[in-house]
Write a protein that binds this ligand. Structure first.
Ligand code: IPD
Ligand code: CA
Ligand code: CA
Length: 263
């Protein structure tokens, strides 16, 4: 797809930030001996990536607002447009030298996400979408959600909250209900890639709560543009405001959401 000027700016920024992160990722293995120094190193890599993205994105569009995980929010001169950025989604994987993490960049216009990029540098997979233009992988692979409609053949993904998190018991109950009905559940540790994988038809559905707008904004548009459904856990809520998400292909949505929501 020949994307808009904004989409090209986003992809260029993601590739540039990826170069620094890939270099840092290579260093992480050497730091495994000390959990503390590896943690400090990764948080520095994370902050540096966000600074670079901010420079690139606001450099190209100085009037836009900003919401980033590390640097917080900032209003722009143009109150209708805002970049929403997670410079490194999948930090735990990165810290443990596992090659499954991504850069997530979304552009919001008048409260709606209009352009989205989720880039997985380790696998060189660039997922992207624009409102009304479909969702794509790398140069020209059009993304479509899967068409599996039988729960027993379907694979799902989620994020299991960390120890002590108040959402842990409810997630364990959801897993106990879902696991006997399906072909498998994955916990791969990057919400942005979980959404991109639903869009790519790699798994049928994904759900999680306790997230932030920067985890969800880009992936959400990519799923919708690939023909999938995206709702908050409570269907009345906004996904970005609630930080909760239930996403899947269309044929499985009713069965999947019923199992997850039947508390
Ligand atoms: C995390 C990842 C993970 C999800 C966490 C997020 P981070 O983002 O998306 O999959 O389960 O809740 O916070 O911290 O790696 O940017
Ligand atoms: Ca994140
Ligand atoms: Ca992050």
């Amino acid at each position: 797809m020949a994307g808009s000027a904004n989409l090209n700016i986003m992809m260029k920024a993601a590739r540039k930030a990826a170069r620094g992160l890939i270099k840092d990722f290579g260093e992480v293995e050497n730091l495994q001996v000390s959990a503390k120094s590896a943690g400090d190193f990764v948080s520095r890599a994370d902050i540096a990536a966000e600074e670079l993205l901010k420079e690139e994105l606001l450099g190209a569009r100085p009037s836009y607002g900003w919401l980033g995980e590390e640097g917080g929010g900032m209003d722009g001169k143009d109150p209708t447009r805002r970049w929403i950025v997670d410079p490194l989604d999948g930090t735990t994987n990165f810290l443990h030298a596992m090659p499954h993490w991504a850069i997530s960049i979304a552009l919001e216009h008048k409260g709606e996400i209009v352009s989205a990029v989720v880039y997985d540098p380790a696998k060189d997979e660039m997922f992207y979408a624009e409102k009304g233009e479909g969702a794509w992988l790398n140069d020209n692979k059009r993304l479509r959600v899967s068409n599996r409609h039988r729960m027993i053949e379907s694979v799902f993904a989620t994020g299991v909250p960390f120890a002590g998190n108040r959402d842990l018991p409810i997630t364990l109950q959801e897993l106990a209900r879902l696991m006997p009905t399906c072909a498998g559940v994955r916990r791969w540790g990057s919400a942005a890639l979980d959404l991109a994988y639903v869009a790519a038809g790699r798994y049928e559905g994904y759900w999680e709560r306790g997230l932030n707008a920067w985890d969800l904004a880009a992936g959400m548009l990519i799923v919708k543009e690939a023909g999938g459904f995206v709702q908050a856990m409570n269907p009345e809520d906004s996904v970005l405001e609630s930080g909760s998400v239930l996403a899947s292909n269309e044929p499985i949505f009713d069965q999947f959401s019923k199992v997850i929501r039947s508390a």
